[in-house]
Write a protein that binds this ligand. Sequence first.
Ligand code: SF4
Length: 185
Amino acid sequence: MPALKLHSQLNLSYSNGPGARFVLWVQGCSLGCPGCFNPETHDFDRGELVAVQDLVGKALKLKTKIEGITISGGEPFQQPEALFEFLKEFKERSDLSVLVFSGFTLSEIEEQPSLKRSLPYIDVLIAGRYAANLVESNKWLGSANQQQHLLTDRYTQEDLQSVPKTEVQISSDGEIRKSGIDPLG
Ligand code: SF4
């Protein structure tokens, strides 16, 4: 079973997709979008390798608290085998939803069989290169040029539009964590 290289994770978020979600930010991206909001996720030599089985186990432990998971990055589809194995096992063992952010367009993903095989396990794909100059200030969905693909009927455009753009969490030990697009500058 492969391992996914992670930058970070957040057990409970309300600003990375509809409802409460477990969020994974993968490590590694070579796409070089102008004005990328997460450049510390680019280096493939950084991050932590986590066995897919352990990640699925963790997501399933959270299943009474969340309605789904979100995978962002970094570029999830640049770890195609681990992404596929994770999504397949997660979907086979739960009915929770999956939302994925990718810098690739849907056509680019569909052109490569090793990437395309993950699509049946994704409910919402936010796809395409991020462009900082096209960010809409009132939305969490990235830049206006990116496409929102509802790959299943799990969610509607209205569901996506109602997600808060950003959130701030304060842990019991006082650590402040911001999440979402352009969180509070
Ligand atoms: S795909 Fe995502 S992580 Fe990669 S450069 Fe673009 S915005 Fe940044």
